[in-house]
Write a protein that binds this ligand. Structure first.
Ligand SMILES: Cc1cc2nc3c(=O)[nH]c(=O)nc-3n(C[C@H](O)[C@H](O)[C@H](O)COP(=O)(O)O)c2cc1C
Length: 338
């Protein structure tokens, strides 16, 4: 295993990062995953133009001053706006800024940002330069392998990024045109690793400690980033870190601990967003928790989901969530057939 991972002056506790995921890695979720032992957690992407314009929901995504290190990910296509947004991010307390050149969504690439930047490396580098020069913080970059299989250019972008002062690169081992299809090609990341001296993080389809070991080996990366594998399993990055760093797999926490983590998570979401929005944000997490943690047959999973995800009463929802963990067979026939 490689030595400790450093981003600027920030020495990470371990080389396992939580991926930025819009609609998922809000502040309560990042705080939880970090507290459980992830080496680094990254904000949802923050649109530079909207941050500069002070849009309320976008400003909320840029919250995180209770985290150390506190990373804000920016996305955009205009160098001036990216520089202004980076300055605002620094004022918000960010200690590291990540630039998103990996998002495949049409809404983002249509504005020539996210992974669309991999089609125009001069423009991509001008954005990197703008951000690096605007702040006194370390700046990192997240990218894909390229736009499509005919234009794999992650290594070229990585070399330019390093020249411009980027301190760490994460590669999601798919092209933009693959979106989330096929499997991540961890081996392709090794080509990026070969051409830069800064740390490289492997991302894509890492859902188990075994995946993480295999990804480290084929990519030769300095660490891994976990996204969807942490759905309903916020302890997974810490568990993987233990395997990679200490060669010891503690396994998942006990069912009771999982229940307590899930309940605290939902309570934190209710405090962060208020009851109405909090419950709506908590629903996907509750669905993932019960799917991940409890061995339910298809019908029962559906019924518990319906029960947990349609109730507008937070107290009752928390009681039902605990009941699902404690006694998964306790659904009345009526609830099963609803
Ligand atoms: C719901 C969702 C939202 C995402 N949002 C972002 C984002 O805001 N910024 C980003 O760089 N990548 C985003 N991604 C991509 C992830 O960071 C990650 O690269 C991808 O999911 C592959 O990793 P995984 O296989 O471990 O999930 C998102 C992915 C998902 C599933």
């Amino acid at each position: 295993m490689t030595g400790p991972l450093k981003i600027g002056n920030h020495l990470l506790a371990n080389p396992v990062l939580l991926a930025p995921m819009t609609g998922v890695t809000d502040l309560p979720t990042r705080k939880l995953v970090h507290k459980l032992g992830a080496g680094l957690v990254v904000s949802e992407m923050v649109a530079s133009r909207e941050l500069v314009n002070g849009r309320k929901d976008v400003k909320r995504r840029a919250e995180g001053s209770q985290l150390d290190p506190f990373v804000i990910q920016l996305v955009g296509s205009d160098a001036d706006l990216m520089a202004q947004a980076a300055t605002i991010a620094q004022q918000c307390g960010a200690q590291i800024i990540d630039i998103n050149m990996g998002c495949p969504s049409r809404e983002v690439t249509g504005k020539l940002s996210g992974s669309a930047l991999m089609r125009d490396l001069d423009h991509a580098q001008s954005l990197i330069d703008a951000v690096v020069n605007a702040v006194s913080l370390p700046v990192t970059l997240k990218m894909r392998l390229g736009w499509d299989h005919k234009t794999i250019n992650a290594s070229e972008l990585a070399i330019r990024a390093q020249q411009s002062g980027i301190k760490l690169i994460t590669v999601h081992a798919r092209t933009r045109c693959q979106f989330f299809k096929d499997t991540a090609d961890w081996n392709a990341i090794s080509k990026v690793k070969d051409v830069v001296d800064i740390p490289v993080i492997a991302n894509g389809d890492i859902k188990t400690p075994e995946d993480a070991k295999a990804a480290m080996e084929s990519s030769k990366a300095d660490g891994v980033m976990i996204g969807r594998g942490a759905y309903g399993a916020p302890w997974l990055p810490a568990r993987i870190a233990s395997v990679l760093v200490e060669d010891f797999d503690p396994g998942p926490p006990s069912r009771d601990t999982q229940r307590d983590i899930a309940i605290t998570h939902v309570e934190d979401l209710l405090v962060h967003y208020g009851t109405f929005l909090g419950l709506r944000n908590a629903r996907k997490h509750m669905g993932w928790y019960i799917e991940q943690c409890i061995n339910l047959d298809k019908e029962s999973l559906k019924a518990w989901r319906r029960l947990l995800c349609t109730n507008d009463n937070p107290k009752q929802t928390l009681t039902d969530l605990a009941r699902c963990f404690n006694d998964p067979t306790s659904l009345a026939d009526m609830e099963l057939c609803a």
